[in-house]
Write a new protein. Structure first.
Length: 185
């Protein structure tokens, strides 16, 4: 797990991606994969941005190693990008691609909420990393994620595919700084 406390929390990530200082950041560290929750978060983002426009959704992660042998992941990636265009979220959703593992704490420290809404997950290391950086987490109620999130204590659990509850939960965190801090601790 990257050491969050050893790095200065600054605006380097916001500067790098041209995110205004006063904007909130939802972070998802996960490869683009059909088991991932990219679609659920993008659908939630459509609702979030209507009520809280000063927000960006950032996906950190590249393509899977098996993309070269299976085109299923390419289809899912196209679906994700088509959904972003269809919902006019091109300026609100950021894809960083793969980044060096040592730089991850900068991303977690910049985030206001860490989300991992996978359809299935063996463990969900991104939630552990986000929590270790003092961030509230939102994840789906699947075995690898539900083990890490104590609902309404360190974050919130939502059901797979429930983008309305995902949006409402993230909005609750974005609009309540004391709740974010309490859950992050």
């Amino acid at each position: 797990i990257p050491a969050c406390s050893s790095l200065k929390v600054g605006n380097e990530i916001k500067e790098l991606y041209k995110i205004p200082d006063d904007y909130k950041l939802i972070l998802c560290v996960q490869r683009i994969d059909s088991k991932s929750g990219h679609v659920q978060l993008i659908k939630a983002m459509s609702k979030i941005i209507k009520k809280f426009p000063e927000v960006k959704l950032m996906f950190v992660g590249g393509k899977s190693m098996t993309s070269k042998i299976s085109h299923e992941r390419d289809k899912y990636e196209n679906e994700v990008h088509d959904l972003i265009k269809k919902r006019n979220l091109e300026k609100d959703v950021i894809f960083t691609g793969s980044i060096d593992y040592e730089k991850l704490p900068l991303y977690y420290n910049t985030a206001d909420v860490v989300a991992l809404v996978s359809k299935n997950e063996g463990f969900g290391l991104a939630l552990t990393e986000g929590s270790s950086c003092g961030k509230p987490v939102v994840g789906t109620n699947v075995p690898g994620i539900a083990l890490q999130i104590k609902d309404r204590v360190n974050g919130f659990l939502v059901e797979v595919g429930d983008f309305d509850k995902t949006a409402d939960t993230i909005l609750k965190l974005l609009t309540n700084e004391s709740l974010r801090e309490r859950m992050g601790k």
